[in-house]
Structure formats: structure tokens, C-alpha cells
Design a protein around this ligand. Structure first.
Ligand SMILES: [Zn+2]
Length: 249
């Protein structure tokens, strides 16, 4: 979740190898770590001033592990679903939206025609429609997550500055030192218990800006099952429809 001090820096990716990977320099990193995302993307997190050679040697040493993780990611990645989807389930809010192609002419537009019914009017190119669907999910998630976060904050006596909902690829949420809580719009596709845990996790960061034992003790007072839910959230990318992301990578 928050790793606010890190900066995104793609030094290079290796095209000669079968593995494409990116390097992220993190001021917090004390050693090199490697992560394989659900898409098969490989990210190496390194402390500042790590040489390219050190990164290559590190990857070489962990090649087998990385390859087995990428293989598993490939197997588990769902097949691309038809687009546009016939329906969109927002598990977090217990909502199921059916998607209707309403035809018509003119510029393509998408709108919610009553509870649970999305209508697509006019002429769309696929990419425009993807953008509109994503924008709708982001706006809808913000509308639902805002009051949820506020009520959890009230119950727990937390105060936060501002909430923003964005489409992010690698984080479910973060909390800045100013108390701004950023949430990933794809939380909409996760189970309510998992979303509640993430909201409490970020609220707990308004008191502890770290993942110390005190932080986790605080989280545990509100959510004793946090470990299970945290693990489920890590695998939660698989619940996100691919149209939320296939503009990137
Ligand atoms: Zn955190």
C-alpha cells in the first residue's frame, strides 16, 4: 500500500531476454527485491544508486523463481472477455449492471439509465467506449467509497484530509502525510469485506505512517481477519475486468 517515497524510473528493459522487466528506484529500499505482477510484468525495486550490472546479476540469480512466477501468472490470467461486456458486477457495492447497446447516431456516450442499467448510445470506437466505461467505474466507485470511508472514519475516530479515487495498476490505496487517502477504483470489483479492510488500513495510516507493529495492532482492533483479507487483496487484480487496464501494457 503506501510507498509514497518511491519514484517511478524505468532505467531499461531487457529485450534480449524473454523477460521484460522494469526497475523502480525507491529511497526506502534497503536491498533489491523483485516482484511479479499478475500480468506477468516483472518489477525490480532497488535502493538509489544501484548499478545496472547489479540489477542484472540479481535477476540472473533469481531467474528461476521469476520464470516460475511468470508461468503461474500466465496460467491464472483470465482469457480476454468479449467487449463490450454484457454486464458489470461491482461486488464491493453488491451491484450488478447490465450493459445495453441502445444504438442511435452521433457521438458515443454512456449513461446510467436507472439502477443497474448502463446504456451505450451513438457510435463508438472501441477505445472510446473503454475510456467511458473506465471513467464511469471511477466516478461510481468514488460516489460509493466516499461515504463508506467517512462512516468508518467516524466509527473509529479517525480523521483524514481528502479522498481521491483513481485507476491505478499497482496499489489499492495510499495515505499521504497530509492525510489524503487515495483509493484504487478497481476496489469496486472486490468483496465488501476486503474493501472495508483496505479502507481501515488507510485510515490507520493517518495515525501511523508506516507498517510497524503498532500500526498492525491498530488495524487488528478494527479487523481481526486483516491477514486473510490482505492476502485476498493481493490476488484481487484477477477480479478486475481486463478493459479496466488494457490501455496500459
Ligand atoms: Zn499500508
Amino acid at each position: 500500500m503506501p510507498d509514497t517515497s518511491s519514484s517511478q524510473l524505468s532505467l531499461f528493459d531487457s529485450r534480449e531476454a524473454t523477460t521484460a522487466w522494469t526497475v523502480r528506484v525507491s529511497r526506502r529500499a534497503r536491498r533489491l527485491t523483485v516482484r511479479v505482477f499478475h500480468t506477468g510484468r516483472v518489477e525490480v525495486v532497488v535502493p538509489p544508486r544501484t548499478s545496472a550490472r547489479t540489477v542484472r546479476d540479481f535477476l540472473q540469480r533469481h531467474r528461476q523463481w521469476v520464470e516460475s512466477r511468470r508461468e503461474r501468472a500466465r496460467r491464472e490470467l483470465p482469457a480476454a472477455a468479449p467487449f463490450p461486456p454484457a454486464a458489470i458486477s461491482l461486488a464491493a457495492f453488491g451491484e450488478h449492471w447490465s450493459v445495453h447497446m441502445a444504438g442511435g447516431s452521433g457521438r458515443g456516450r454512456l449513461h446510467a439509465a436507472g439502477e443497474g442499467r448502463l446504456e451505450i448510445h451513438g457510435v463508438h470506437c472501441e477505445e472510446t467506449l473503454r475510456q467511458q466505461l473506465r471513467a464511469w467505474v471511477v466516478a461510481h466507485a468514488a460516489m460509493r467509497l466516499g461515504p463508506w470511508l467517512e462512516s468508518l472514519a467516524r466509527e473509529g475516530g479517525f480523521s483524514f484530509g481528502r479522498m481521491s479515487v483513481r485507476r491505478q495498476r499497482t496499489r489499492w490505496g495510499s495515505c499521504s502525510s497530509r492525510g489524503t487517502i487515495s483509493l484504487n477504483a478497481s476496489l469496486a470489483f472486490q468483496r465488501p469485506a476486503v474493501v472495508r479492510y483496505l479502507l481501515l488500513h488507510e485510515l490507520a495510516h493517518t495515525r501511523h505512517m508506516n507498517h510497524s507493529a503498532r500500526f498492525w495492532r491498530l488495524v487488528a482492533t478494527y479487523e481481526p481477519d486483516w491477514q486473510l483479507l490482505d492476502r485476498e487483496l493481493h490476488g484481487g487484480w484477477r477480479r478486475v475486468p481486463d478493459w479496466m487496464f488494457n490501455d496500459v501494457e
